[in-house]
Ligand binder design. Sequence first.
Ligand SMILES: Nc1ncnc2c1ncn2[C@@H]1O[C@H](COP(=O)(O)OP(=O)(O)O)[C@@H](O)[C@H]1O
Ligand SMILES: N[C@@H](CC(=O)OP(=O)(O)O)C(=O)O
Length: 833
Amino acid sequence: MSSTPFQVMKFGGSSVGSPPRLRQVIELIGRHAKQGPLAVVVSAMGDTTDWLIEAAGLATQGDLEGSLAVVERIAHLAKTNAAALEPARTTALAERVESLLAPLRLLLQGISLTRECSAPSRDRVLSFGELVSATLLAELLTASGTEATFRDARQLLVTDDRFGAARVDVARTRERLQASVAGWRASVPVLPGFIAATPDGRTTTLGRNGSDYTAALVAQGIGATEVTVWTDVLGLHTADPDLVSDAYPVAHLTHGEGLELAAVGVRMLHPRTMIPLIESGISLRIRNTMHPDHPGTLIDAIGSRDGQRPTCIATREELALLGIEVRKLSDQFQLGERVLAALREAGVTVWLSTQSANGQSIAVVVPRPDLLRARGAVENELTQELARHEVEPLAIREPVTLLTLVAEAMGQGVNVAGRFFSALGAVGVNVRASAQGASSRSISCVVDAADTAIAVRTTHAAFNLAHQQVSLFLLGRGTVGGQLLAQVRAQQALLKDKHGIALRVVGLADSRRVLFDAAGLPLEGLEERLARVEPVNPETRTLVPVLDELRRLPVPILVDCTAASGIEALYTEAFRRGIHVVGANKKPLALPWDDREALLAEARRHHVAYHYETTVASSLPVIDTLANLVRTGDTVRLITASLSGSVGFICNELMAGVPLSVSVRTAKERGFTEPDPREDLSGTDVARKALILARELGLPLSLSDVALEPFVPEDPRPGASVDTFLHGLKALDAAYADRVTRCRSAGTVLRYLARIDPSKVGTDSPVIRVGPVAIEAGQPGADLRGAESFVSFTTTRHSDFPLVVRGAGAGGAVTASGVLADILRISQALRGR
Ligand SMILES: Nc1ncnc2c1ncn2[C@@H]1O[C@H](COP(=O)(O)OP(=O)(O)O)[C@@H](O)[C@H]1O
Ligand SMILES: N[C@@H](CC(=O)OP(=O)(O)O)C(=O)O
């Protein structure tokens, strides 16, 4: 037993920050301690370290009261956590916390008096978080039946005196650990992470997130073969799961990748954690305290054998960018070297530095809390040059975020940088500094903190790390819009799992209300939620600000399921913002020729898609078929079409003996008609569709060029409500019944057809005709059923047997499926871009 190697387990602040997690930790340690020797490293509870920084800051400003109030917060968290686990010892544990924190209170008092918090004092302040948590954890473990002992890391880890980010003396640390470990087998050692001491015993810290590093050093020192970092996520994800909801854990990484990720600031790993692990061949597991059975992420010398395995987008937040520039050209300065040396001397971590080729300027990225220190160090180093105005005053930008793509095989990829930056540019993220080349595994850039979420989501999607996210802003919650929402809801999981497309409805609007959430709206009950939004005047409202938000999301698409007029202005605004449009709305395509051309040109200019397959015969592939005929060089001679599912349905009902007024009402109820059936019955809707088709042939025609005979004569009361109109139709029932009788006796079928004949261009005859036709049984279109539509293309290549597209060409569900298909077409085309 005594030769069994130790396991080292590190529990992060998140694992000991609340009673349920702490309970789980105690249970876990208890279980593992029974299986073999175990050493535990623990961080400060929850956000304690941040609070200690706050307390030190307040004390430095002379606000002792505020500072002690923060200590009270820390004490309260520790006491509540401990008491929840050992209610019987509430008072004793509270006293323990008080006695542990008493020296901290004194220390803060001293700082508030002198209004100065030196680097050594700051480290002493910060050390209390880990001291409290490790002491309490050891006590709670022992009370729960797992014999444990607090072991002060300050007597084991030896560092230099670069307070705040001290360098470890590995050899001396190893010596001390080896001397101490003999006594560790009888009782589980619990070490505070993050803290250490100088050879003369002054407390130091290893830099934020330093507990992982402590665990790695301990493992190396005592000859452990594996370190487990227990945290609050299932492993190392493809991106920060707080920022990207569909990031997912990566199962297996190489040490090299881990090193890179730690170095570029993945929050869960201290930048130096991997070094001892690599040196000693120790593997690292990252696991979730609350899901101890999940395998998590394994980082070892082998890594994954899967070359296609995605890697990560790492983000480091709360940083500041310092720009230093020499005013007059000189090769004397060695600016970069001096700045970096000064920062190193001051113990400031430099997350990124880039220098201009001539060495005249350098930009460095440092932790935001260290900005003052960093600035002071640089200004101190350059005092004379600054005084002589040879160096520009320091340019500071904060808060900023460091965003890095880490990919093992990056060196072999083509255009990685191009794709990285163009993805960011497409969503309007300004890159403030960038670096590639330092390592073949990563490319980094600095962006404003406000752009963090959009930048990480965009790059995550652009490199297909997970799913292709698509952000939909849906206009209209009528028949088509409602059905589309239902279909998105039904298909979402399948699209994600089988096709890697994550559809997200981020916005929904009707004529007077808007709902928008960049993170995605829950689809359940969405329409009811919209109905509860305070309505605004449709005349004055503008959706442009919503487009400004939409443009910043991955693959933004404006989906127009309305029949609204004047919507083209919004489309133009969308195109200008790089937003794609999928429209079931015919009106923008029936605008005067020049306006339609300008609209399409705007989409082309901004390299975005505008798909409108459903504007003609719903989801039937009519536009696409025609476009393919034209693109492949065929010549279209004639198009004959029954383009109105609703009027086609009404014709069939009439032929079956149903009165006109009843058949129109049924067509409307089944969602076949436009919201106002007069648009269908007047033939305007068919005329628009015929015009859209004719224009696909490049014919610059207008609605006024269509020779249109309405199906039902114009309403004598055009302003009347839809209900009044439907009611009034009864007066026409007899006339239509007569017409049907005449057709029947002649052996014909009543149809409402559009005919586009390009050979009529330049003649007096109309190119487009729309009107009722009695066609003989056996002719194409005579046997249409229900709301079926058909379009027949007679072309040079399809001359003997016209190419016919036929099927259900109306109805909310069918149209919505066509809209969805257009949406998927865009996402498929953009996959990987
Ligand atoms: N690529 C990533 N994979 C997993 N977690 C990440 C990643 N990037 C950032 N994080 C964040 O890191 C957190 C864990 O780190 P940290 O807060 O230091 O935890 P702990 O307190 O357990 O040490 C996660 O909750 C997550 O929000
Ligand atoms: N408590 C320290 C050290 C640490 O590693 O914490 P955590 O494991 O919670 O990231 C910090 O917040 O920086």
